[in-house]
Design a protein around this ligand. Structure first.
Ligand code: CP
Length: 312
C-alpha cells in the first residue's frame, strides 16, 4: 500500500516514534543512508516561497543518493498545473516518472488529490491547513533538548494556523500536551481541534486552546511562535498584527512558564513582532537546531515512504 504524509493524521503514534528514532540515527550516522534512495527521483513542487523546506528536501534527497527535481507552478518554466492542468492528470503523469512528490501549495485539496489519483507517496511540504514536516522536526528537537516529549507541555502563542494545526496533531502522537494561545478573533480550526482532542483523549494527553497567553504558558516546557502574517495574508498584515497585540513572546512570557522553558520558532521570524529579539536570540532559543532538524526528519520520512528503511 502506498503511504503518504498529507498531514500527521497519516501517521500513528508508533509511526511518529519510528520517524523520530530514524531521524536521530540519520543525524548521527548520515553515511549509513548515503545510497538508500539510489535510482529514485523525487518531484518537488513549490507554489509558495521557501528557504528551509526546499533546501533541506533537495539536500536531503541528494544525501540519500536520490535525484530531486525542483519545480514550480508559475512563471515561464513552471509546471502546466499553473496553467490549469488538473491535479488528477498531474498525479497520473508524475506517477509514471518519479518515485514521490513533495509539494508546497495553498489548498490541502491539491495534496489530497495527488495522493488520491497517483500511485506514489505524496509529502505535504506545507499547505494553508498543515505543515507536518515542520512538526516532525519540532518533535525531534524537543526530544533532543528535553530528553523526551512524553509528559511535556508545549504552548503555541500567536495566530492559529497550519503550524499550530500540525502541533495539535503531533502532541498526542508524542505523549505531549499542546495548548494554542490565540486571540478569539483568530481561533483554532474546529475540525482539526476535534480530531486532535479525540487523539489526545485516547493517548491520555491534552490538546486545548486558551485566549490568555500568560495563563496558557504556566508550567510549559516549550513556547512556540510563528509569523503573524502567513504566506498569502500580506494584504491583511496590519489587521492581523493589531489582533495579536499581547501575544508576542517576551522575556516576561518566558518567565511566566515558571520553568527554564525552550523557545521554538519554525522561521522565518520577525523580531519585535511575534517574538522579542532577546528571546529569539537568547538562552531559551533552539530555533537553529530546530531548522537543522528539518533535514534529518525529512530524510527519515523519505526513507520510510520510499522503502529505504523499514517501519519497524
Ligand atoms: N519553516 C518553514 O517551512 O520554512 P520555509 O518557509 O523557509 O520553508
Amino acid at each position: 500500500m502506498t503511504r503518504h504524509l498529507r498531514s500527521l493524521m497519516d501517521f500513528s503514534a508508533d509511526d511518529v516514534s519510528r520517524v523520530i528514532d530514524l531521524a536521530a540515527d540519520v543525524k548521527r550516522t548520515p553515511g549509513a543512508y548515503a545510497t538508500r534512495l539510489a535510482g529514485r527521483s523525487v518531484a518537488m513542487i513549490f507554489a509558495k516561497q521557501s528557504t528551509r523546506t526546499r533546501i533541506s528536501f533537495e539536500v536531503g534527497i541528494h544525501q540519500l543518493g536520490g535525484q530531486a527535481l525542483s519545480l514550480s507552478t508559475s512563471g515561464g518554466t513552471g509546471m502546466q498545473m499553473g496553467r490549469g492542468e488538473t491535479v488528477e492528470d498531474t498525479a497520473k503523469v508524475l506517477s509514471r516518472f518519479v518515485h514521490a512528490v513533495v509539494i508546497r501549495t495553498f489548498g490541502q485539496d491539491q495534496v489530497d488529490g495527488l495522493a488520491a489519483h497517483g500511485s506514489i507517496p505524496i509529502i505535504n511540504a506545507l499547505t494553508d491547513m498543515f505543515h507536518p514536516c515542520q512538526a516532525l522536526a519540532d518533535l525531534l528537537t524537543l526530544r533532543e533538548k528535553l530528553g523526551t516529549t512524553k509528559g511535556k507541555k508545549l504552548v503555541y502563542v500567536g495566530a492559529a494556523n497550519n503550524v499550530s494545526n500540525s502541533l495539535m496533531l503531533a502532541g498526542p502522537r508524542a505523549g505531549m500536551d499542546v495548548i494554542v494561545a490565540t486571540p478569539p478573533s483568530l481561533p483554532v480550526n474546529p475540525e482539526v481541534l476535534a480530531r486532535a482532542q479525540a487523539d489526545a483523549k485516547a493517548a491520555g494527553t491534552i490538546v486545548a486552546f486558551d485566549h490568555d497567553p500568560v495563563r496558557a504558558v504556566k508550567d510549559a516546557d516549550a513556547i512556540y511562535a510563528d509569523t503573524w502574517v502567513s504566506m498569502g495574508e500580506e494584504e491583511q498584515a496590519k489587521e492581523l498584527i493589531a489582533k495579536l497585540d499581547g501575544f508576542r513572546v517576551t522575556r516576561k512570557l518566558m518567565d511566566a512558564t515558571g520553568k527554564d522553558a525552550l523557545f521554538l520558532h519554525c522561521l522565518p521570524a520577525h523580531r519585535g513582532e511575534e517574538v522579542d529579539a532577546e528571546v529569539m536570540d537568547g538562552r531559551w532559543s533552539v530555533v537553529f537546531d530546530e531548522a537543522e532538524n528539518r533535514l534529518h526528519a525529512q530524510k527519515a520520512v523519505l526513507l520510510l515512504l520510499l522503502g529505504g528503511a523499514s517501519w519497524s
